[in-house]
Ligand binder design. Structure first.
Ligand SMILES: Nc1nc(=O)c2c([nH]1)NC[C@@H]1CN(c3ccc(C(=O)N[C@@H](CCC(=O)O)C(=O)O)cc3)C=[N+]21
Length: 304
C-alpha cells in the first residue's frame, strides 16, 4: 500500500469507480440470470417529477445500466406541477406492483411537495436508496449482525470502492465532511459497524477548525457539496480522499455547465488514494442501487 509521507510530490493512486462498478455489474448480471432461471426478473423503477436536465441524465443512466444486466426497468414521470396526491398515488401503485422489486424517487422534488411524507410512503422493503426511516432505524439498531434491509447506496458505494481496491478500513480514522442524510450521516453509521470497524469524525458547517480535523484523517469522505473545499494543505500525505460532492457551475472557459467536486485538484499530489469526481463514487451509487434491488428480489425468491 502506498503511504510514504515523503517530502517530494507523490501522485495518488486513482480509486476507479467505473472499473469497480463494472465488476459489480458483471457479478449482478450472474445473479439476475439466476433469478430469471427461477422465473423472477428483478425490476427497478424510478419516479421523476419535473424535467430537471441533471435528474433526467441520472435517471436515464440508471435505466440503461439496469437493462444492460438484464433487469426490468420501469420509468415513471410526473409533470413538475404534480400534486402531493398524484405523487402518493404513484407510490402506492409501485408498492403494489409485483414486477417492481425496488425503486427510488429522484431527489430533489419540486418545492411544493412534502418530500418526507413521500419518502416515508415507500414500502421499506422496496426502498432502493436505503434511506427510508425504517431502514435507517434498523441500521442504527443493528450494529453487528447481518442486515436484511436495503443499505444507503452512496455510503455503501464508498466502502465498496475502497474494499475493491484492497483498502482495509479497520482501525482507520475517517473524517466525513457533511452531515446530509444521503451521504454524511448514514456514512458514519456504516463505517462504525463492527464489520467495517473504522473510527469516524463527522464534520459539518458548525465544525470549528475543519482544517485541523482533516489533517488527522487516514480517509476523507468529502460530501459537503461545496466546490473544492478540501485543499492539498488539509490532507495528510498518503491519505485516501473520496470526492463525493457535486457542484454544477458554468465553466468560465467554455460557458458550459461543468461538475465540480468537493476536492481541489491539487490534492492528487498529496493523497495516497483518490476517488475522483466524476469517475469515482457516482458510478458506484448506481451499481449499489441495482445491488439493493437484486438483493430484495433474492430475499423474495428465498435465495440467501
Ligand atoms: N433518490 C435519489 N437517489 C439517488 O441516488 C440520487 C438522487 N435521488 N438524486 C440525485 C443524486 C445524484 N446521483 C448520482 C448518481 C450517479 C452519478 C454518476 O454516475 N456520475 C458519473 C458522471 C455522470 C455525469 O456525466 O454527470 C460519474 O461520477 O462519473 C452521479 C450522481 C444519484 N442521486
Amino acid at each position: 500500500m502506498v503511504s510514504e509521507a515523503g517530502t517530494g510530490t507523490m501522485t495518488a493512486q486513482i480509486l476507479d469507480g467505473k472499473a469497480a462498478s463494472a465488476a459489480i455489474k458483471d457479478e449482478l448480471a450472474e445473479r439476475v440470470a439466476a433469478l430469471k432461471a427461477r422465473g423472477v426478473t428483478p425490476g427497478i423503477a424510478t419516479v421523476l417529477v419535473g424535467a430537471d436536465p441533471a435528474s433526467q441524465l441520472y435517471v436515464g443512466m440508471k435505466h440503461k445500466r439496469s437493462e444492460a444486466i438484464g433487469m426490468n426497468s420501469i420509468q415513471r414521470e410526473l409533470p413538475a406541477d404534480a400534486t402531493q396526491e398524484q405523487v402518493e398515488a404513484l407510490i402506492d401503485e409501485l408498492n403494489a406492483d409485483e414486477s417492481c422489486h425496488g425503486y427510488i424517487v429522484q431527489l430533489p422534488l419540486p418545492k411544493h411537495l412534502d418530500t418526507d411524507a413521500i419518502l416515508e410512503r415507500i414500502d421499506p422493503a422496496k426502498d432502493a436508496d436505503g434511506l427510508h426511516p425504517t431502514n435507517l432505524g434498523r441500521l442504527v439498531l443493528n450494529v453487528n449482525g447481518p442486515i436484511e434491509t436495503p443499505l444507503p447506496c452512496t455510503p455503501r458505494g464508498v466502502i465498496e470502492l475502497l474494499l475493491r481496491n484492497d483498502y482495509d478500513l479497520a482501525g482507520k480514522h475517517v473524517v466525513v465532511v457533511g452531515r446530509g442524510v444521503t451521504i454524511g450521516r448514514s456514512m458514519g453509521l456504516l463505517l462504525t459497524r463492527r464489520q467495517v470497524n473504522a473510527t469516524v469524525t463527522l464534520t459539518h458547517t458548525g465544525t470549528v477548525d475543519m482544517a485541523h480535523h482533516l489533517k488527522q484523517a487516514d480517509v476523507i469522505v468529502a460530501a459537503a457539496g461545496v466546490k473544492h473545499i478540501v485543499k492539498p494543505e488539509h490532507v495528510k500525505p498518503g491519505a485516501a480522499v473520496l470526492d463525493v460532492g457535486v457542484t454544477r457551475e458554468d465553466d468560465p472557459e467554455t460557458g458550459k455547465q461543468k461538475v465540480y467536486g468537493d476536492v481541489d485538484p491539487g490534492v492528487r499530489e498529496v493523497a495516497g488514494f483518490l476517488s475522483p469526481n466524476p469517475g469515482g463514487v457516482g458510478p458506484m451509487t448506481v451499481a449499489l442501487l441495482m445491488t439493493n434491488v437484486v438483493e430484495t428480489a433474492e430475499r423474495q425468491a428465498g435465495i440467501a
